[in-house]
Ligand binder design. Structure first.
Ligand SMILES: [Zn+2]
Length: 103
């Protein structure tokens, strides 16, 4: 077991977990806030964490995570492949023709 990612926002953590699983890397989320009481624990240690079950996949997992940060969080505009409409980074589907963003 190896921890490969942690973030304050559970949604980011589950996003990374899903991303890893679509690449065939088995992973679990710890400290997701649903199973433990935060109480006196300092916020950083209570952040949810993504762990992979196969330590040999660590380098690959980190590469995927790095790539997802640069493509999702950078906030770059993207252009729809289908109709050429421009969108802000937070939109994952084209509002004009409903095509999904190509990753
Ligand atoms: Zn479009």
């Amino acid at each position: 077991m190896k921890q490969v990612f942690t973030a304050e926002n559970r949604l980011n953590v589950y996003h990374i977990k899903n991303l890893l699983e679509t690449k065939g890397i088995e992973s679990i989320v710890k400290n997701d806030g649903l199973t433990s009481v935060v109480g006196d624990i300092p916020p950083v240690t209570a952040w949810p964490e993504v762990w992979i079950t196969d330590p040999d996949m660590e380098a690959y997992a980190k590469e995927i995570i790095e790539h997802s940060k640069t493509s999702d969080v950078a906030g770059e505009e993207w252009t729809c492949d289908n109709c050429g409409e421009k969108h802000s980074a937070q939109f994952l589907d084209c509002w004009n023709c409903q095509s999904s963003k190509a990753f």
